[in-house]
Every structure is written in C-alpha cells, then in structure tokens.
Design a protein around this ligand. Structure first.
Ligand code: PMP
Length: 405
C-alpha cells in the first residue's frame, strides 16, 4: 500500500500544533484521550450552528435534519464495528456507562446468588466496579483471570475458572495500564463453549485495531468516542439483537417509550429502549465524523504504523538507566507504562511536561493491574497514529536528561 503519510495526517489535528512551556507539544497521553481532526470539530460546530434540534423527526425541518444526522452517526458506528444492524448500536456516554448498562440490565435479569462473573486482573476500574456493585446486590461472585509476569492473561487459568456457574465474561481487548492485547477471539470462543456471553471492553482497542463484532462473535462490545478521535460524552454499546431485545431498560424517561399510563409503560425496542432522555446529538454526529476519518486513514495501516513506532520507542526505553517497563506482553498496543528507580512518577511527568511532553502519571484507573507488578502508580506514555519517530526521540532525549541524585 501507500506509505503512511504521518505529516499529512498531523495537519488535520489543530491541537497538535501548539507549543507548551516553550516547546513543541508532544502528545503521548492518547490512552487517556485523543485529539480531534478538524473534520470532527467542523461536524460538531456545524451541528450547533445550523441544525441543532432535539430528535423528533416528524415535528419540523430542523428536527428531521438533526434526527437524520444522529441516526447517521449510528449507521457509521454500525459500519465501524461491522454490526449486522444499526438497531444493535446503543448510544451512551462512553465505555463506563455502557458497562454499567449491561451490568444493571443484563446482569440483574440474569445473574443471581452463587453465579459467577469473570473479569481479568488487567481491567480498567470501569470493568470492575459495576460488576462488584452487581455482585453485592445479587450475591454473585467475581472470579479473576490472573496474568503472568509479562502481563499476558494465563489462558489455562481462564479455562479452569469457566463453569456452569459462570454467567458472563467481561474482559478488555487492550489493557489500558499495560498495553496487553488479549487473545479476545479465543477468550470468546471458549466462553461460548460453556454457553457464556462475553462483553468486550474495546475502549483501548478501537483506536488501534480493526474490530469486527461478527467475526469475533462478541455478545457485547463497548467503546468511547473520545478515544477514537471523537468528542467526549458519547460512546456506544454493541449488543447481539436477541440479547438487547430480552434486556429490560435501565434508565427510564423520554424517547424510550411507546406509551405511558400510570398503570403501565410500554417501551420501544432496542436501541431506543436504552436511550432515555435527550442524547448527546452533536456528540453522535462528531463520533460519526471521527469514524469516517479513521476509515479514510485505515485501521490496518494504523496498526502496522503504530506497531513499528511502539517497537522503536520500547527499544529506546530499554536503554534508559533504571527504567522498568511494566507490561511486556507478546502482543501490545500503544501503551508504555514504566517507573524509574529513585524518581517519583510525578517528578518524571512534570519534567516531561516542562519540555512540552504530555504523559500520564498515576494509577490509570487500573489499580489491580499495577499492584500485580508491585506498584500502585506508573508513568504512562501512549501512542496514536499521529505520533512520529521525532516525538519518540524527543521523549527519550528528555528522559535521558532527568536530574538524578
Ligand atoms: N476501559 C478501558 C480499557 C479504558 O481505557 C477506559 C478509559 N480510560 C475505560 C474503560 C473508561 O472509559 P470512559 O472513561 O471513556 O468511560
């Protein structure tokens, strides 16, 4: 194919072209959130400037336009995930709200005392806490797939956790604190051998890896707009039709009903049943623009480019004195989590920031993952397809100048 033209791509991202603390901004905090191409900013502002109506198609002209634009975002999301129908796509605030929806709706209807929920050690808190809340309310138990010293899940241990008591497996595709790419297809296939549905947390994989929910045979898959170069406040749940149809609503309100009397409410079908209240209409439009952008660059090309960049960056990190890379899984995407002997993570992050380089220091909302490696914080640098070798070189050079005692 054509060479990956990163300089051309960077021109589309206005936020990348600024100086921070007197230096060119180097954005290596992509696992937390991503910058937006101009097309996303334009689609969002044009929505407010020209269309802006609540979604009730029949009422008037702007309402029809806004409804079509909102539903257009849903169709783009369907295509991005290769879902069979756009009715299988529920718009929510993001990954967190999507997992909470499944835990509260599917979970309460299907999970009871003595039942088991399987997650892994390397989940984001968003894929731990909703299940814990559910377990406390229902008397179910959480079982945890362990990881080895590299941060790969121990598949044989996963196999031993599955049983007739298992009611759902909810695992991440890419781990946000370590970068591990889980063997999600195998995880799903084995769960299905036990008749158990799987929720895939694709918050960290959607920016890096092509997703096909039908090829994966995922039962539920969730992601956030802001991590795929779209707006904050919007994300999606994909669910298999028969599962969504059987699930009760979670939140109640406008937009999700056919009829309401004080005796009884009749709900709409999926996805409206799960979209109570006025949704983030401009967010859905912006998300659609972001997915169009990703498609125009091409996720297979993005994956290949980022794979090289990550190898290059990790090669450089290996030469930094006292640096310990946390998470060296066989397959990784985007994330480099590390500590440096004798230095606080905060100090490292501030030193980088003083040179215009944005990384995150802290627990990355994945405390059990970090504690598995004997720490409860790290510095995390995370790549996107608009990062360059030059970004990595600057990052490594600044790490080499860290004041040591
Ligand atoms: N899961 C993973 C793997 C994540 O990386 C994140 C975001 N850091 C979330 C869930 C939560 O996403 P959000 O905050 O957008 O709801």
């Amino acid at each position: 194919g054509a060479p990956f033209d990163v300089e051309h791509i960077r021109k589309d991202f206005p936020a990348l072209h600024q100086s921070v603390n007197g230096h060119r901004l180097v954005w290596l905090d992509n696992a937390a959130t991503t910058h937006k191409p101009q097309s996303v900013i334009d689609a969002t502002s044009e929505f407010y400037a020209r269309h802006n109506s609540n979604i009730h198609r029949a009422a008037h002209t702007l309402a029809a336009r806004s409804t079509d634009l909102f539903e257009g975002g849903r169709e783009k999301t369907r295509r991005f995930l290769n879902a069979p129908s756009k009715d299988d796509i529920v718009f929510l605030r993001g990954t967190t709200e999507a997992i909470n929806l499944v835990a509260n709706s599917y979970g309460r209807a299907n999970i009871g005392p003595g039942d088991e929920i399987i997650v892994s050690t390397i989940e984001h808190h968003a894929n731990i806490v909703p299940w814990q809340l559910l377990a406390q309310q229902t008397g179910a138990t959480i079982r945890v797939i362990p990881v080895d010293d590299r941060g790969d899940i121990i598949f044989e241990q996963y196999a031993t956790l599955l049983s007739g008591r298992t009611k759902i497996v909810s695992v991440t595709h890419v781990a946000n604190a370590l970068g591990t790419v889980n063997p999600i297809q195998e995880i799903i296939a084995l769960a299905h051998a036990y008749g158990v549905p799987v929720l895939v947390d694709a918050a960290q994989s959607t920016p890096h890896i092509p997703i096909d929910v039908q090829a994966l045979d995922a039962d539920f898959l969730v992601f956030s707009g802001h991590k795929v170069f779209g707006p904050t406040g919007i994300g999606a749940l994909y669910g298999k039709k028969h599962l969504l149809e059987a699930m009760p609503p979670w939140q109640g309100g406008g937009h999700m009903i056919e009829d309401v009397t004080f005796a009884k409410t009749v709900y709409k079908g999926a996805p409206e049943k799960f979209e109570a209240g006025t949704p983030d209409i401009a967010g859905a439009v912006g998300l659609g623009a972001a997915l169009d952008y990703l498609e125009s660059v091409g996720l297979p090309a993005i994956s290949a480019y980022e794979h090289d960049l990550l190898e290059y960056a990790e090669g450089g990190l290996a030469e930094i004195k006292g640096l310990r890379l946390i998470g060296t899984a066989r397959h990784k995407a985007s994330v480099m989590s590390f500590t440096i002997d004798g230095l606080k993570n905060e100090t490292v992050a501030h030193h980088l920031d003083a040179h215009g380089i944005a990384v995150r220091s802290g627990h990355h909302c994945a405390l059990p993952a970090l504690r598995r490696f004997g720490v409860d914080q790290s510095v995390r640098a995370s790549l996107a397809f608009y990062n360059t070798r030059e970004d990595v070189d600057v990052f490594l050079a600044v790490l080499r100048t860290l004041p040591r005692h």
